[in-house]
Design a protein around this ligand. Structure first.
Ligand SMILES: *[C@@H]1O[C@H](CO)[C@@H](O)[C@H](O)[C@H]1NC(C)=O
Ligand SMILES: *[C@@H]1O[C@H](CO)[C@@H](O)[C@H](O)[C@H]1NC(C)=O
Ligand SMILES: *[C@@H]1O[C@H](CO)[C@@H](O)[C@H](O)[C@H]1NC(C)=O
Ligand SMILES: *[C@@H]1O[C@H](CO)[C@@H](O)[C@H](O)[C@H]1NC(C)=O
Ligand SMILES: *[C@@H]1O[C@H](CO)[C@@H](O)[C@H](O)[C@H]1NC(C)=O
Ligand SMILES: *[C@@H]1O[C@H](CO)[C@@H](O)[C@H](O)[C@H]1NC(C)=O
Ligand SMILES: CC(=O)N[C@H]1CO[C@H](CO)[C@@H](O)[C@@H]1O
Ligand SMILES: CC(=O)N[C@H]1CO[C@H](CO)[C@@H](O)[C@@H]1O
Length: 405
């Protein structure tokens, strides 16, 4: 950012601008430059204090020594989203210093404990809608109890990698967090089917459930079985996306339940080893509205699944089958009804040849992105046909080739 002309900010044109207009312009700068323009002169500093400038900005803080002007200056700018990079002071200071706090990101902050959160969350905090505790590994169900009690307006809760969280913690969430829209439980390996039973509100005497959930990430929750999917499909009917990747105990039977979910459009089953063509058949028979399906690294998913998909998943836009046992035959069956598909990831499918790519080029006229990384049997003949698709924006070939433009 230049300081603007010989007269500092007195440069003729800019000084004519109303402070409101300056503030709108400053709003487009990145956070560092916002700080710099505020140091140019008094007029610019005042303009830079306008809340418009800082709207949506996430302040990143190292909370070390006491700094009495920090929170008032953030409040003055209207900053409502905070990311804590390191924590040597009480979290309570943050919560009391920023009464309008909307988003608190503590991800990866290793010093976050139940005791620390216990000091911070002692009264209703109705403005906080986003809490990111991912990788705060010391957090247990006891913190979830506080969160469920005092952060009732939470819409996004990230607990990825919080491996001490159990189904009891989920019961507490299901009791207190009625407005939850997004819940990330990645690698919370102690969570069992019972936790999902509560989350889905299936025992209303104990908890009404978080029935507004639209996005649920259960990646790598190894204990979950088909029962959990039954609970989800019964109670969490607003769910739009579900991530079950690496849930090795999920089987084809579980997919029968998911096939009935009216709003489910994104399903991630990457590396679910017990899923086979039969399960994909259930999904397709259910007439599901799935637009995005990932079954990459499912060894038992193959050409038969592509046939099922062509006969039932008519709304599919994105399909990922990396390292699945598929061939040109399967592609041939799939492309006939796959008119809306814009993303196709079939990397490491070593049986695919130019023939398969020609089927793709002839039928998938909306294809924007294709992954062919490690497809060792394809040659420039097939690739050139795919590259002629006018919609194509991205072609991943990994180490072997590169898209020429
Ligand atoms: C962790 O935070 C507490 C305050 O909650 C502080 O007293 C302590 O010194 C911090 N520890 C480290 C290693 O930063
Ligand atoms: C929260 O912090 C994590 C870790 O630093 C970062 O990756 C993530 O983008 C942050 N979230 C938001 C919404 O900024
Ligand atoms: C939460 O933190 C994780 C890990 O750093 C990050 O990947 C994710 O985007 C964050 N989510 C939000 C909503 O900030
Ligand atoms: C469930 O919701 C109803 C109606 O809002 C409420 O009266 C009841 O106390 C709730 N049950 C629990 C266990 O919180
Ligand atoms: C499921 O989680 C994995 C890992 O976090 C992520 O790469 C993938 O995009 C997620 N799938 C969906 C549909 O969000
Ligand atoms: C791959 O699929 C074909 C038929 O589509 C089948 O004959 C073959 O046994 C499968 N290979 C493996 C390793 O599952
Ligand atoms: C407080 C608590 O329960 N901490 C446990 C978290 O999980 C690790 C192992 O994953 C245990 O060693 C801790 O005792
Ligand atoms: C729950 C279930 O059926 N798990 C099976 C998944 O597949 C492996 C073999 O691939 C079996 O050993 C498990 O029993």
């Amino acid at each position: 950012m230049e300081k603007g002309g010989r007269n500092g900010c007195g440069s003729v044109h800019i000084s004519w601008l109303f402070p409101e207009i300056l503030a709108m312009i400053f709003g487009y700068l990145d956070v560092k430059d916002k700080g710099r323009v505020a140091q140019v002169c008094v007029a610019w500093r005042d303009a830079a204090y306008n809340r418009l400038v800082w709207r949506g900005v996430e302040a990143k803080l190292h909370l070390r020594r006491a700094n009495p002007s920090l929170f008032p200056s953030l409040v003055k700018r209207g900053v409502k989203r905070i990311q804590i990079l390191s924590l040597r002071r009480s979290l309570r200071d943050v919560v009391t210093g920023l009464p309008n706090l909307e988003s608190l990101n503590l991800s990866g902050c290793f010093n976050v404990t139940d005791i620390g959160l216990g000091h911070a969350f002692v009264q209703d905090l109705p403005t906080i809608t986003m809490l990111n505790l991912s990788l705060c590994k010391q957090i247990t169900d006891s913190s979830l109890g506080r969160i469920a009690r005092y952060l009732k307006h939470l819409r996004v809760l990230e607990l990825g990698g919080c491996s001490n969280v159990t189904s009891n913690g989920l019961l507490l969430c299901a009791w207190g967090l009625q407005k939850l829209n997004t819940l990330n439980l990645r690698s919370c390996r102690h969570i069992s089917d019972q936790g999902l039973f509560h989350l889905a509100g299936l025992n209303p005497a104990a908890a009404n459930g978080s029935l507004e959930l639209e996005h649920l990430i259960l990646q790598d929750c190894q204990k979950l079985t088909d029962q959990a999917l039954k609970h989800i499909s019964t109670g969490l009917t607003k769910l739009k996306s579900l991530n079950l990747s690496f849930c090795a105990s999920i089987t084809d039977t579980g997919l029968k339940f998911l096939a009935k979910m009216p709003n489910l459009c994104e399903l991630d089953l990457r590396s679910c080893d017990n899923i086979s063509d039969i399960g994909i058949g259930y999904l397709a028979e259910g007439g599901s509205w799935i637009t995005s399906l990932d079954v990459s690294f499912c060894d038992r998913v193959g050409d038969q699944s592509l046939l099922h998909i062509s006969q039932g998943l008519f709304h599919l836009k994105s399909l990922s089958m990396c390292a699945c046992n598929i061939s040109d035959d399967g592609i041939h069956k799939f492309v006939r009804t796959a008119h809306d598909v814009n993303t196709l990831n079939i990397g490491q499918c070593s049986e695919i040849t130019d023939k398969g790519l020609i089927f793709v080029a002839d039928h998938l006229k909306r294809l924007r992105s294709i992954d062919l990384y490690g497809c060792t049997k394809v040659t420039t003949v097939g690739l050139e046909r795919v590259m002629q698709l006018s919609s194509l924006k991205s072609l991943n070939l990994g180490l072997w080739h590169e898209k020429q433009t």
